[in-house]
Design a protein around this ligand. Structure first.
Ligand code: NDP
Ligand code: 2IT
Length: 448
């Protein structure tokens, strides 16, 4: 019987059975590289093919989403839900509306989510969903009709003890409201089937802020570990959505200076620092799906750099908070040349493989998204428990809970990723810590 895993054979197997799904291959490879030595040191895992089983989603569904636009024209999109692994709790993970969404992207995100959710220590499995719908330039009514049509099919597969979606790119409080309304209407039930809900109907305080705040708490812990702090640090941040704006807000609160934000059109650089007042303006502005970050410059000054990314701007810390593979090897070299201390992923897999290698080899502290952006799903877990218990926790209590979740994840990463006197290997730390709990649960279930 096989009691060892060979990394390259395993990856050949993954690539062969998932042709063309490059971001999925990338995500699996990153985890496998860390956990294969651990598995080979603990052959009980190889014997039950735990890694092979983890790399195959429990199920993936895809479905047609038909809807009529404001001109009466019928539109056809494709919706998905990938239910990756429910060994430690109901499937849990966001819904993404973006034209780039396809099965491979959602498999990468669902796979990552399994380990991330495990790191929070809350009982949540991994899943992800979405559609190739582009909300940019769509009216409120069009977005509502799309969300309703999407949920009219999705409701068959989700439920508060089965699979609990939330937001992601292109899906925020408004879209969650439309989807929740439709689920409630179809099923005639009021339950915690989605998280990121409005506060009036079962949402949790702190959920909106949790991902961005959590990422900066993780940065704070990384810097504290080397005897430093966020105070006075210049931060370059990409994205200008939920994660980016709340990361910038927490950097400000901790005495740092966020100087950039971006969107798919380019980035703005404000050398004076993006103040709370300016951030509030961006938050309001960007709730209109399709609004441009470039408008910031007309309002407040600074400069706009069309079709560019912010990683060449001098900084002490960098927080990629937009999308996957948005920071490549050249960008990493620019950050290294500028003596950047730490790169913390607010987004999911924003750094390419080559970028991560360059950063780690140069001794830059690097936190992978599955650890650093776990605050969002952590708070979602607390929203689920508030819904199940039919109670409401206050802001102070939840703020402290978020801080603790992030500190505990940092500690777990250090426990598994520290080596000698060199920088902590947060990739190895997060992957092994996340893997172990899921693997042990699968071990307990036997071959299922
Ligand atoms: P939002 O939709 O609120 O914002 C997304 C931002 O990223 C926008 O500024 C958008 O620009 C930009 N963006 C999206 N796609 C691209 C692209 N292909 N190229 C350049 N810029 C792009 O999403 P979130 O802030 O919620 O999500 C951002 C990242 O954080 C994602 O990777 C998501 O998976 C991850 N994440 C989110 C969590 C959450 O709780 N929301 C939790 C954990 C991770 P534009 O407006 O031009 O499209
Ligand atoms: O990537 C993520 O962790 C999210 N989009 C949030 C998932 C959630 O269920 O809150």
């Amino acid at each position: 019987m096989v009691d060892q895993v060979n990394l390259s054979d395993f990856m050949d197997w993954v690539v062969d059975r998932n042709p063309g799904e490059t971001v999925f291959h990338q995500a699996v490879h990153e985890v496998a590289e860390s956990v294969v030595p651990f598995i080979n040191a603990n052959p009980v895992y190889a014997k039950i093919k735990v890694l092979h089983r983890m790399a195959e989603p429990d199920r993936s569904v895809s479905f047609r989403v038909s809807w009529a636009d404001d001109n009466g024209e019928v539109q056809v999109n494709r919706g998905y839900r990938v239910q990756f692994n429910n060994s430690i709790g109901p499937y849990k993970g966001g819904i993404r509306f973006h034209p780039s969404v396809n099965l491979g992207v959602l498999k990468f995100l669902g796979f990552e989510q399994t380990f991330k959710n495990s790191l929070t220590r809350l009982p949540m499995g991994g899943g992800k969903g979405g559609a190739d719908f582009d909300p940019k330039g769509r009216s409120q009514h069009e977005i509502m009709r799309f969300c309703q049509s999407f949920m009219t099919e999705l409701y068959k597969y989700v439920g508060p003890d089965i699979d609990v979606p939330a937001g992601d790119i292109g899906v925020g409080g408004r879209e969650i409201g439309y989807m929740f309304g439709q689920y409630k209407r179809i099923t005639n039930s009021f339950s915690g089937v989605l998280t990121g809900k409005g506060l009036e109907y079962g949402g949790s305080l702190m959920r909106t802020e949790a991902t961005g705040y959590g990422a900066v708490y993780f940065l704070e812990d990384m810097l504290q570990h080397i005897g430093d702090s966020v105070e006075g640090k210049v931060a370059v941040i990409s994205g200008s959505g939920n994660v980016a704006t709340h990361a910038a807000e927490k950097v400000l609160q901790l005495g740092g200076k966020p100087v950039t934000l971006s969107d798919s059109g380019g980035f703005i650089y404000d050398p004076e620092g993006i103040s709370q007042e300016r951030l509030d303006w961006i938050k309001r502005h960007k709730t209109q799906r399709g609004a441009r970050i470039s408008d910031y410059v007309n309002e407040f000054g600074g400069s706009f750099h069309a079709n560019q990314r912010p990683w060449g701007v001098p900084c002490n810390v960098a927080l990629p908070c937009a999308t996957q593979n948005e920071l490549d090897e050249n960008d990493a070299k620019n950050l290294i040349d500028n003596k950047c201390l730490a790169v913390v992923e607010g987004a999911n897999m924003p750094c390419t493989v080559e970028a991560v290698t360059a950063l780690q080899s140069a001794g830059v502290l690097y936190a992978p998204g599955k650890a650093a952006n776990a605050g969002g799903v952590g708070m979602s877990g607390l929203e689920m428990s508030q819904n199940s218990a039919r109670l409401h926790r206050d802001q102070e209590d939840l703020g402290a809970a978020l801080r603790k979740i992030m500190r505990d994840i940092h500690t777990a990463c250090v426990e598994q990723g520290a080596h000698g006197t060199g920088p902590v290997d947060y990739v190895k730390g997060a992957n092994i810590a996340g893997f172990k709990k899921v693997a042990d649960a699968m071990l307990a279930f036997g071959v299922v």
